[in-house]
Write a protein that binds this ligand. Structure first.
Ligand SMILES: *[C@@H]1O[C@H](CO)[C@@H](O)[C@H](O)[C@H]1NC(C)=O
Length: 300
């Protein structure tokens, strides 16, 4: 009887604490991107990802997650074209009369499934594209060349061919399956496009290893490559090069995901695609939550 009651109380406490924390998180921690009521932007960030790193992150997020990977094991795939205002993230989720209609992707569906692959296999086929359209495409659509779902995705495919990261790196002898100083990778890209790129990594919290995950280049509204502005919070730069990768240790450019290495990725930073500050907020929330939870189990 007493045990039952304790169980109930415990449950109620856990729930009320998690509500409290959710509430606190809303107030203090989470800075979820808000829809912007305007389309004003200065340039584009074109973000390409190393799909194996994305896959490792995805598999680490939840057991049972599976990945789509392109046949061509050297392909860097598209993440998105992100209209950006100098010094800030976004605009995002702009008001637009153009709704995402997957039928419009029919003519380019084969290219999209290869070059703009939705790595997260156990999600709806169109979910990744729908997300990129709603979050970024709606804002880009004020430019004539990007004024439809098809045009937005076609432009991404074109830029993926124009700025072929795998061959840029390969020309400098940078190949998957090795680790490099991020400066080596950075300079290979910079020397090829003659502008400053931005490079993102994710970290394995346990081993502290860095994995290269994204390479971004920036283009103006005439689609000319420009320097990526390191002050934009979206790049999360700490110091030195326009990268959030470790500049003290080499970064991994992985060639495969082996089942044995799977556990290594369990603790990899969950990717909160480009939600500024959300990751930090979430980790704080999690550790606080775990702490309180443990406390309750110990005391009750
Ligand atoms: C680097 O930035 C990306 C995206 O902006 C983020 O997902 C990743 O967690 C960051 N990595 C580090 C090591 O801070």
């Amino acid at each position: 009887m007493l045990k039952k009651l304790t169980g109930k109380v415990r449950l109620i406490l856990v729930f009320s604490f998690s509500y409290l924390l959710d509430f606190g998180e809303c107030l203090a921690f989470r800075s979820k991107p808000q829809p912007t009521p305007y389309h004003d932007f200065d340039y584009f960030i074109f973000s390409q990802r190393w799909p194996l790193t994305t896959c490792a992150e995805w598999e680490a997020t939840k057991s049972g997650n599976t990945c789509n990977l392109p046949q061509d094991k050297h392909l860097w795939t598209i993440h998105g074209i992100w209209p950006t205002k100098t010094g800030q993230e976004g605009p995002l989720f702009c008001p637009s009369s153009i709704h995402f209609n997957p039928d419009e992707l029919a003519p380019i569906i084969n290219d999209l499934t290869t070059y703009w692959v939705n790595v997260e296999a156990n999600t709806k086929l169109n979910s990744f594209w729908a997300h990129e359209w709603k979050k970024h495409g709606t804002c880009a659509s004020v430019l004539p060349l990007l004024d439809s779902v098809t045009n937005y995705f076609r432009m991404g495919l074109k830029w993926n061919r124009d700025y072929d990261i795998a061959s840029i790196l390969s020309k400098e002898g940078i190949e998957p399956g090795n680790s490099y100083d991020v400066a080596t990778i950075y300079n290979a890209i910079k020397n090829s496009i003659n502008k400053e790129p931005s490079i993102q990594c994710v970290i394995d919290k346990e081993t502290k290893e860095s994995y290269i995950s994204e390479i971004r280049i920036c283009l103006d509204k005439n689609f000319q490559v420009i320097d990526c502005n390191p002050t934009n919070p979206i790049h999360r730069i700490r110091f030195g090069l326009n990268t959030n990768c470790s500049q003290k240790k080499q970064v991994q450019y992985i060639a495969s995901i082996t089942p044995t290495s799977d556990t290594n990725y369990r603790t990899i930073e969950k990717e909160y695609i480009d939600y500024q500050g959300e990751y930090e907020g979430h980790m704080r929330y999690l550790s606080l939550y775990n702490f309180l939870w443990t406390l309750m189990w110990l005391t009750l």
